[in-house]
Design a protein around this ligand. Structure first.
Ligand SMILES: NC(=O)C1=CN([C@@H]2O[C@H](COP(=O)(O)OP(=O)(O)OC[C@H]3O[C@@H](n4cnc5c(N)ncnc54)[C@H](OP(=O)(O)O)[C@@H]3O)[C@@H](O)[C@H]2O)C=CC1
Ligand SMILES: O=C(O)CCC(=O)C(=O)O
Ligand SMILES: [Mg+2]
Length: 412
């Protein structure tokens, strides 16, 4: 039985066709703080669209279910209903709150499952500074990067076997006896994980990152990897990335390589394609953030880098993101369900609001997106902020999650 109520009005977004003025946008509320931030996001976005277009455009929101709410609506153990997946595909562009993934046992990540099911291979997470936001850096405005995180492969795909299970024993046996592996230190008690990283997966992600640098007049693309240690996976990512820069974008080696550069066909400026080893990169983003712009990296590195970079500009309370394929897009914040704050109307709704702002730009609704940014800048500038900023800001007025949404709307 269907539990999705399709709005009486509104039109589907069809890939390759013009965006309708009244799109139906599915949303997943999310677990934990999802119920706090998702309604605030919708109110802010509705207000920005109404203000920008005076009624000529309007989003028709359609709730679809996944995570804990799905188990309540559809019954125990239905975490990701088929009709949710079908709707996310049918309506092309959607937004979601965070969903819980238990540590150790239990269900595998529904967030990852959505990315895999819809082949959303780009996880795009822009990291920029908003004036007035408290930051641990002396000059946080120098942090201005966009992370392109590969979203479907790597150890993150969750291909692994539990220690001491029959299947794990089979894999260990295969590795030791058929592949001659001698390096498993404690074979009887090791869990085993597999890290697939492909040329196709790498190159479609690096292509999107380089294209973004071209379209947005960015000076460099940095491939971040741990290819000195994991030569055929992370090292492959680096080599396939450089290969693509040269074969598809005409990049030429600088001083014999491996760094290379090409002229941006739109601006004539030079774009440098370089690489950094992940551990060194994590200290350089703190010490020399201005040297990095577009970042292309593997799935797990991208996860770590997202939260680390977000911290430099004020934390994961304002860290937006998008999961994008050639057909579909699901927008979502970088943070998770922050369970200790669930239901308290306390957390910062900024990440999900800025994810929706990315969605508006994706639709081409620039005027509404600009209003979202301006009103957030004004609310923060007036020191009307949620607890995460208030605890680090002098003279701030700490307001609730929903009050922050209202503070934005009042300033549009
Ligand atoms: N895409 C997704 O849906 C994601 C889901 N998750 C899942 O979320 C669950 C909880 O993960 P956890 O590791 O606690 O990480 P979370 O990102 O949920 O929270 C960690 C901390 O970040 C801060 N924080 C998070 N969101 C906000 C916000 N909106 N406003 C202000 N501060 C915020 C809080 O810091 P403080 O305590 O300092 O106030 C919070 O305690 C896990 O099950 C995990 O798997 C995690 C990441 C992404
Ligand atoms: O799926 C999860 O629970 C965590 C995902 C995550 O941390 C991320 O994508 O940034
Ligand atoms: Mg994460």
């Amino acid at each position: 039985m269907s539990h999705i109520k399709v709005p009486a009005e509104g039109q589907k977004i069809v890939p390759g066709q013009a965006i309708p003025n009244n799109p139906i946008i599915p949303f997943i509320e999310g677990d934990g703080i999802g119920a706090d931030i998702t309604p605030v996001m919708k109110d802010v976005i509705d207000a920005a669209v109404a203000k920008a277009y005076g009624g000529a455009k309007k989003i028709h929101w359609m709730e679809v279910y996944a995570g804990e709410k799905a188990t309540k609506v559809y019954g125990d153990n239905v975490w990701l209903p088929e009709e949710t997946l079908a709707a996310l595909k049918e309506y092309s562009v959607s937004i979601k709150g965070p969903m819980t993934t238990p540590v150790g046992g239990g269900i595998r990540s529904l967030n990852v499952a959505l990315r895999q099911e819809l082949d959303l291979y780009q996880c795009v997470r822009p990291v920029r500074y908003f004036n007035g936001v408290p930051s641990p850096l002396k000059d946080p405005s120098k942090t201005d990067m966009v992370i392109f995180r590969e979203n479907t492969e790597d150890i993150y795909a969750g291909i692994e076997w539990e220690a001491e299970s029959d299947n794990c024993k089979k894999v260990v046996d295969f590795l030791q006896n058929e592949m001659g592996v001698k390096k498993i230190r404690f074979p009887e008690t090791s869990g085993i994980g597999i890290k697939p990283v492909s040329k196709q997966g790498t190159q479609r992600l690096v292509r999107a990152a380089i294209q973004y640098a071209i379209d947005n007049d960015k000076p460099s693309v940095t491939l971040v990897h741990k290819g000195n240690i994991m030569k055929f996976t992370e090292g492959g990512f680096r080599d396939w990335g450089y290969e693509l820069a040269q074969t598809e974008f005409g990049a030429k080696p600088i001083d014999g390589g491996p760094w290379c550069s090409f002229q941006n066909p739109k601006t004539g400026k030079e774009i440098i394609v370089k690489d950094a080893i992940a551990d060194a990169f994590l200290q350089q983003i703190l010490l020399r953030p201005a040297e990095y712009s577009v970042i292309a990296t593997l799935n797990l590195n991208g996860d770590y880098i997202s939260d680390a970079l977000a911290a430099q500009v004020g934390g994961i309370g304002i860290a937006p993101g998008a999961n994008i394929s050639d057909q579909y897009a699901i927008f979502e914040a970088t943070h998770g369900t922050a369970p200790k704050y669930a239901g308290q109307d306390k957390v910062n709704p900024g990440s999900l609001i800025l994810s929706a702002e990315m969605m508006l730009r994706h639709l081409g609704w620039k005027e509404a997106a600009d209003l979202v940014i301006e009103s957030m800048e004004k609310a923060i500038g007036d020191k009307q902020v949620t607890y995460d900023f208030a605890r680090l800001m002098d003279g701030a007025n700490e307001i609730s999650c929903s009050a922050f949404g209202k503070a934005m709307i009042e300033r549009m």
